[in-house]
Design a protein around this ligand. Sequence first.
Ligand code: ADP
Ligand code: MG
Length: 578
Amino acid sequence: MTFQDLQLREEILKAIQDLGFQQPTEIQQKAIPELISEGSSDFVGLAQTGTGKTAAFGLPMLHLMDTEDRKVQAVILSPTRELGIQIAAELKNFAKYLPGVQVCAVYGGASIEGQMREIRQGANIIVATPGRLLDILERGKIDLSQVKYLVLDEADEMLNMGFKDALDDILRHTPKEKRTWLFSATMPQEVRRIAKNYMTDPLEVVIGKQNSGNKNIEHQYVVVRQSDRYEALKRLLDYYPDIFGLIFCRTKIETQEVADKLIKDGYNAEALHGDLSQAQRDLVMKRFRQHSLQILVATDVAARGIDVNDISHVMHYMIPDDIEVYTHRSGRTGRAGKTGISIAILTPRDERRVREIENQIKQQMQRIQPPKGQDICEKQLLHLVARVAEKEASAGMDTFLPNAYEKLQDFTKEELIQKFLSFEFERFLNYYENAQDLSNSAEDSSRRREPRGADTGFTRFFLNIGALDGANKGSLLKFLCDTTGLRSNSVGRIDLMKGFSFFEVPEADCDTVLSSLKNSDFEGKRVSVEVSKPRKDEGGGGGGFRKSSGGGGSRYSGGGNSDRRDSDRRDSGRRKRF
Ligand code: ADP
Ligand code: MG
């Protein structure tokens, strides 16, 4: 089926052609004829992320618009400002040849006056986040009484984010005889309720198995011990030199820490979480979108708006408590017909969750071994060679070359290749020369008993309760959860000794643990607890090898010239060398 078959108006077909869309996606094929037909009803469309839902509602909406009418004819509600901005941009592209269509994006964190001005000046399509739209409604600066089309995009996310009441309020301001189109990746109970309460006999179109994973995503996991989590992450990143990836952590603190370490270790990474200012987040997102940032480390909440198509890998530094979150995370890759890989870094304790995830995504997860030093070196070398082969010789070098040729003339071609590659590659070889095999260490971790430093993002506590007090790991875990209110899966490693023990909890919970355990008893014994070690400074055997990797910088293949840190590094490398 082609877009021509869909009987859309000429101006729209032309715009689609400009965008290079060849064929309507499945949801578009199903939704568009239905939505443009006269007298059709409300509509529910369920399809995975990345399947082209924006065009599925956007094209028919534009087709139906009265381009002479400057009142608000259509409202699209979106869960995040990021998504709202993207939907608005996409609609503007589709409406390129429809001058009568004015799209206005309305969202928090930007000037409300400017947005109200655009509305006053005759925007007839409004893309909005619920909170900001309500604000404008309550100021009486928008009239929704003529709305003909209402779209609830990513309805499940909107409800996840607690916009239910806001939705109710907004919907009350719209006329009864409008058409409501709901799009969602999943259909939980609350979405069903919205559909029931606000829609009349909607036609429901489901593409693919509901809640099933996107088949373009390969799901993998590695099992390592807790203390090797960061090292495992680094190896995975090193194993994929071309990665354009998203790494998920569970807390803001952990997110910032992992990003800081990666930056320190020379990776082109940044953090994205709610403690950053809106301006900082916008900047990070802009750089990521432009690929001048290669690795984004994010919390689930901050990543909700991320709608970047070519993410190659999603990594789960920590697996989420809620399995649905896993689906949302991994759905950030494998979009728009591309393939992607989702890799979870698990400890032996997390391994039981694999089955739960498989049930949810209706797909198998493949256990892979953490990349070995040898494999990484091979990958990196080939990557480097490919980059050298692609590199255009710099103009302006000609005058200096005769001298260089003369100095190097006695070497064979093979010797020269070896020498030049060594500049960049030696550090990798040195770093991984004696690197241990992480896959063997996971299994025997339960046998390791000696006290050790805590893992990233965790605080390690000393507790004066041990095996001689009748404790075992299970009873200690229960005691900790009961006393502190922490969930059992947020308690990290427990090391039980004869007369005492160590346990780990996320740094964010440190104060709670100290205060709640302070006056507690374990089986009649007064508990004493103290911070054992705030956090081991993970070296991973000298993890900073990339940082000093001067000139060239193998990580920075992503056109990172606008990256200040990147170019600084190159300069310093060059200075050192010559
Ligand atoms: P969803 O809302 O289902 O997550 P989007 O509407 O954001 O997906 O679309 C994902 C990407 O696919 C966008 O970049 C969009 O421009 C692109 N796209 C949509 N429809 C088509 C099509 N028919 N052909 C090619 N690309 C498309
Ligand atoms: Mg969408």
